[in-house]
Design a protein around this ligand. Structure first.
Ligand SMILES: C[S@@+](CC[C@H](N)C(=O)[O-])C[C@H]1O[C@@H](n2cnc3c(N)ncnc32)[C@H](O)[C@@H]1O
Length: 294
C-alpha cells in the first residue's frame, strides 16, 4: 500500500528558471503589477477557449488563470488545479512556461485537457500534466512544499443541477440546444457538483486540507466561485469557502470580483415587479488565500 502511494509521486519541476530576483513574487514589471491592483477583474474568452457546453459545461477563460499565474509565479514554478475540467489552467501554464498539474474526476475532461495541450507549441521547457483522479487524493502525487500556486474553479455545489434557463440571453436567443437541459459534470457521488451545500462544505475542507502542506509557505491559492440558489434560499458559497479554508489553515489575502458584464447578453426582467433577484451571471468571486509564512 505504502509502496504504491510513493510510486505515484510525479517527476515534475517546481523551481524557478527565470533570471528575475528570487525575492520577487513573480516576473511582473511594476507596470504589469499596477494593472492587477484594481480589485475588479474583467476577462474575454478567446478562440481557444471551450464554450461548447457538451464538451464542458462551465469553463473559465484561459485569461483568468493566465493573470493569476503571471501575478503569483515565476517561470518554471509549479501550478496546481485540483478541478481542472477542460484544462484551461494547464493551457495558461503552457503558454507561460510554468510546470502544472491538474486533476479531474471525469476521464473525458482529462482527454479534452490533453488534446488541448497537444495543440500548443513546445517552445518552453516546462511540463503540464492532467490526471484522472479525485482531488482528495492529490497528496499522493505531489511532494510537500513544492507548489507555488493553486488556481482553480470548483463546482459550486449543485449550481448546475437544474434545467438551464439561459436567463443571461436575450429572449429570442434563449431557446438553444441546451435550453431546459441539466448539464452536470457527472453523477459520481464524489463529484462536488452532486453535493448539497452541507456535504459540499465538508468535501471542500477535506480536499484543501490535503493540499495545504503541498504549498510552499506564502504560496497563493486562488479560488473562483459563485454563490448559489438552493431550495429558494441564497447560499453564499464564497463565504463558506472562506470559512472552510480558514478552518483548515489558509489565510485570506484578497477578495476580487470577476466582472462578467461584458459576457452577459441583454438581461431580462425576471422577478419584476415583485421579487428582486440579481442575475447570477453578472459577477463571480475570485478568492485569494495563501499558506501562512512559517
Ligand atoms: C467548474 S469545473 C472546472 C472548469 C475549469 N476551470 C475549466 O476552465 O475547464 C469543475 C470541475 O471539477 C470536477 N470535479 C468535481 N468533483 C471533483 C473531485 N472530487 N475531484 C476532482 N475533480 C472534481 C468536475 O468534473 C469539473 O470538471
Amino acid at each position: 500500500m505504502f509502496e504504491s502511494i510513493i510510486n505515484k509521486y510525479l517527476d515534475i519541476g517546481h523551481e524557478k528558471v527565470c533570471q528575475c530576483s528570487k525575492n520577487h513574487l513573480s516576473c511582473l514589471t511594476p507596470k504589469e503589477w499596477g494593472r492587477c491592483m484594481v480589485g475588479i477583474w474583467e476577462f474575454y474568452y478567446e478562440k481557444r477557449d471551450i464554450r461548447k457546453k457538451n464538451l464542458h459545461p462551465a469553463t473559465y477563460p484561459i485569461a483568468l488563470p493566465t493573470k493569476c499565474i503571471k501575478l503569483f509565479t515565476h517561470e518554471g514554478e509549479l501550478v496546481l488545479d485540483p478541478f481542472v475540467g477542460s484544462g484551461s489552467t494547464l493551457v495558461a501554464a503552457q503558454d507561460l512556461n510554468r510546470n502544472a498539474v491538474g486533476f479531474d474526476l471525469k476521464k473525458e475532461y482529462i482527454d479534452l485537457s490533453e488534446s488541448r495541450l497537444a495543440q500548443q507549441n513546445f517552445l518552453n521547457t516546462s511540463q503540464q500534466i492532467a490526471i484522472h483522479e479525485d482531488a482528495l487524493n492529490i497528496p499522493n502525487y505531489l511532494k510537500e512544499a513544492t507548489v507555488k500556486l493553486v488556481v482553480t474553479s470548483p463546482p459550486f455545489s449543485r449550481f448546475l443541477d437544474k434545467p438551464r434557463l439561459n436567463k443571461s440571453y436575450r429572449s429570442d436567443l434563449r431557446v438553444n440546444d441546451y435550453y431546459k437541459t441539466v448539464q452536470q459534470y457527472s453523477t459520481n457521488e464524489n463529484d462536488l457538483g452532486t453535493m448539497p451545500p452541507e456535504g459540499f462544505n465538508d468535501a471542500i475542507a477535506n480536499i484543501f486540507k490535503g493540499v495545504l502542506p503541498l504549498l510552499k509557505p506564502k504560496a497563493h491559492c486562488v479560488i473562483n466561485v459563485n454563490d448559489l440558489w438552493w431550495k429558494n434560499k441564497r447560499i453564499p458559497t464564497h463565504v463558506h469557502i472562506i470559512e472552510m479554508l480558514t478552518e483548515v489553515g489558509y489565510e485570506l489575502r484578497n477578495v476580487l470580483i470577476w466582472d462578467k458584464r461584458n459576457l452577459v447578453n441583454n438581461i431580462g426582467i425576471f422577478g419584476w415587479p415583485s421579487n428582486f433577484i440579481k442575475m447570477g451571471a453578472t459577477f463571480e468571486y475570485i478568492l485569494d488565500f495563501w499558506r501562512p509564512p512559517e
